[in-house]
Structure formats: C-alpha cells, structure tokens
Design a protein around this ligand. Structure first.
Ligand code: LLP
Length: 399
C-alpha cells in the first residue's frame, strides 16, 4: 500500500516508525557480531517508546539506560536486569541504590566520588556492585561538538590515569566488582576509525589491569555509529568495523550501545503544509510541526531530507521549511528545493527516528504528538498524542 494511503486519516503532525527497518538494522549489528560473545545494549535515549523497546527486546536486545526512568521503561517491557546497564554523568544516591536493588548487569561509573558513593550504597544494602568505569581515551570523534564526548575537555568519563587508580581501588573493595570497561567518544560518526583508535587504547589499558589481577570481562565500546541523513553521506561499513573490534577484543564479551544506527533512518516526522509565504524574495513553507517536535535542525543545524508526494519539479524553488514556534531558529530545513505546495499537502521529514520524539517539548504550550509504527504492513498507534488537559494536569492540581 502507498504511504499516502496508510497515513491519510491520521491527524498531523505525528511520528512514524518502520519496525521492519528497525529489525533489519538491529540484525545487521547482531550478525556482524557473530561468532563472539557479545551484548547489544540499545541506547534507550535515542527513542524510548515502549512498543519499540518491547520489539527490540523480542530480538534479544539489551538496554543502555541513562536515568532511573529509562531503567523502569526497560523493566516494564520485561527486559531482564542482566540485559540492562546504567550510564550517565550525574547519577544520584537514589539512582545508584535503585540500580543496585534491581541487580542490573553493571553501572558505568564516571568519577571517583561516584565510585565512593556507590561503594557506600552497596555496603548499606549489603550487596556487591558490578561496575564499569567510563574511560575517556582523549580521541577526537570529529563529529558535531555538542555530540562529541571523548576529549579530555569533555565532561564525560575519566582519564586513563584516574581510571587506573579507581579500578585498583575498586578491586580491593569487598563491595565493588569491576567487571567491565567502557568508552563512548561521540555520536553520529560516519568515519568509525576514531572508535577503533579508542578501542586499541582501551584494550591495552584493560590488558594491563587484568595483568594486575583484575578480571574485566566486558569490553564496552559505546554507541556512535553514524547514519546517512542526506543522499551524499556514506554510511560506515559496520561489518568491517565489528571485524576489527572482534579481532582486537576476542577474549572479552563485546558490548555495544547503538542508538541512532538502529532507529534514525526508520523514523519519519509527518507534517502538513499550512501556508506558503514569500518575504523579500525568501520563500517559506510553514508547516504544522516545529522545533518543539524535532529540535535537531535548530540545535545542531542538523540536515534532514524532506520529501513530498508531488513531483512537479517544473515549479520547484528553494524554501525554508519552518514551524509555528516563535523563534527565528525554528526551522526543519533551510534552502530545500520543493515544488509549489498547497495547504494540506504532506511533507515528510526523513531520518527522524532517533533523538526526535524524545527531545520534543511543550514549548509554546504545544502538546506532544502521536507516534505510530508500521508493523507487518499495518499501521499501529504506539503512543497517543498528549491533550491539553494532560499537559496542564500538574499545574491545575496546584491552582
Ligand atoms: N552510549 C552513550 C554513553 C551515549 O552517551 C550515547 C549517546 C549512546 C550510547 C548512543 O549513541 P548513538 O549510537 O545514538 O550515537 N541528541 C543528539 C545525540 C546525542 C547522543 C548522546 N549520547 C542528536 O540528536 O544527534
């Protein structure tokens, strides 16, 4: 069936995810890891929809969570605690206690004080905390500065020297069990060589720790695999990439935390044209979605391809596709070539499956939009649109 047919009765704007495409992406990573012990921990932050998490769980995915609520989401859809890991730079005492009580696989520690706090929590709960330390290899991921995390000036992780001291200290503690080592140098890398370079550094580091008597078994390379947002962007060959990682880390269980790679290109933001407008020779296509629904273009100047169902190229010209939010920075695309459009024509923003809905907001009191999935050729509502009363509930109760 044509996409137009499938979506024609649905109120715009909304997100649409193709679950078959998600499965294909997940399996391509899984197959690339054939023959070795491995864990794919899907990065829940990329898209935390429960139906999506459940779908991935059924494919045997694990989950990389960065908040207690993400862990709760994973547990809610039936993920086993040993398929969950917990990362994040600012975990509170309550967060750490929760993770310990739920007995997840390991907690990624990001600084010395956090390690001490975790030890205290484990002692109080009379348990042993399985840990990993996020090591910052000081390698430039060569990606957008806002999503680059592996340089020494970034807030994430600790240097190799500090990590060594932390590991040795943890090794001596009866409440801490260092079982993993983790790094994540950035997101949306089309060239994965910085991850390979980091993996070499971390592999040598882990070898030296294990020679000192530790028993680190999980080699966690983080996420970061990039995707093509535009036609001329070439995606990395992940089979080659994982072959190199496999050759390097064959003695370990390889853990990977992909988010974007699995969901980005399987998702679409579907919006409708409200008006066309020309100001001083500049053409604007004004649509019913905005930065409140997809903030990536405004925040990172990210480019998303936009398509429409008209192919009348004779009347095409460049336009900015903008929303109704009161900010000049509210745009979905700039200078894209589009045919002449009428009110109610569809525009589809591609590659919106990762960091789309999850980064949406109520700015301008806009309510969160619905999410749909195409599963086995059929469309299914997987998250209802928020209504006005839901949005103001907490405030009304305090009036
Ligand atoms: N693991 C850790 C520790 C992370 O911090 C991240 C992403 C991932 C895994 C997943 O990375 P991925 O495979 O998706 O690249 N909002 C930004 C992306 C922020 C990524 C944050 N960390 C965007 O829209 O581009």
């Amino acid at each position: 069936m044509l996409v137009q047919e499938i979506i024609k009765d649905i109120k715009t704007p909304f997100y649409l995810y193709d679950f078959d495409a998600i499965k294909e992406r997940f399996l391509s990573i899984k197959n690339s890891l054939n023959g070795v012990s491995s864990n794919i921990f899907y990065a829940v932050k990329a898209n935390s929809n429960l139906s999506l998490l459940k779908f991935l769980k059924e494919l045997d995915s694990g989950f990389d969570c960065v908040s207690v609520n993400e862990i709760k989401r994973a547990l809610l859809i039936g993920a086993k605690p040993y398929k969950i890991i917990f990362s994040g730079v600012a975990k509170s005492k309550e967060d750490l206690e929760f993770a310990l009580q739920e007995k997840i696989l390991y907690i990624n520690i990001e600084n010395q004080a956090e390690l001490d706090l975790l030890e205290e929590c484990a002692k109080n709960l009379n348990t042993v905390a399985n840990i990993s330390i996020r090591v910052n290899p000081n390698v430039d991921a060569k990606t957008h500065p806002y999503i680059s995390t592996g340089l020494k000036e970034n807030k994430f992780g600790v240097s190799l020297d500090v990590a060594r001291k932390m590991y040795l200290k943890a090794h001596k503690s009866e409440y801490l069990n260092p079982i993993a080592c983790h790094f994540h140098i950035g997101s949306n890398l089309l060239d994965l060589s910085p991850i390979i370079q980091s993996a070499k550094i971390i592999k040598d580091f882990v070898t030296s720790l294990n020679s000192a008597g530790l028993n680190i078994r999980f080699f966690d390379i983080g996420g970061g695999i990039g995707v093509s947002y535009l036609k001329d962007e070439i995606e990395p060959n992940i089979k080659d990439f994982f072959n190199q990682i496999k050759a390097m880390a064959k003695d370990y269980t390889i853990c990977t935390e992909p988010g974007r790679y699995i969901v980005a290109n399987a998702g679409y933001l579907v919006t409708k044209v409200l008006y066309e407008k020309i100001n001083e020779n500049k053409r604007f296509v004004i649509v019913d979605a905005a930065m409140s629904e997809l903030i990536r273009p405004s925040l990172y100047n990210a480019k998303h391809e936009i398509i429409c169902f008209k192919d009348d190229l004779a009347n095409s010209s460049k336009a900015d596709v903008v929303g109704g939010v009161c900010e000049s920075g509210d745009f979905l695309a700039k200078d894209v070539v589009l045919p002449s459009l009428n009110s109610q024509d569809y525009l589809i923003v591609k590659s919106a499956g990762a960091y789309g809905y999850v980064m949406s907001s109520n700015y301008n009191s806009r309510t969160k939009i619905a999410e749909y999935a195409i599963i086995n050729g059929k469309i299914k509502l997987i998250n209802k649109a928020e209504d006005f009363m839901q949005m103001i509930k907490g405030e009304v109760e305090c009036l």
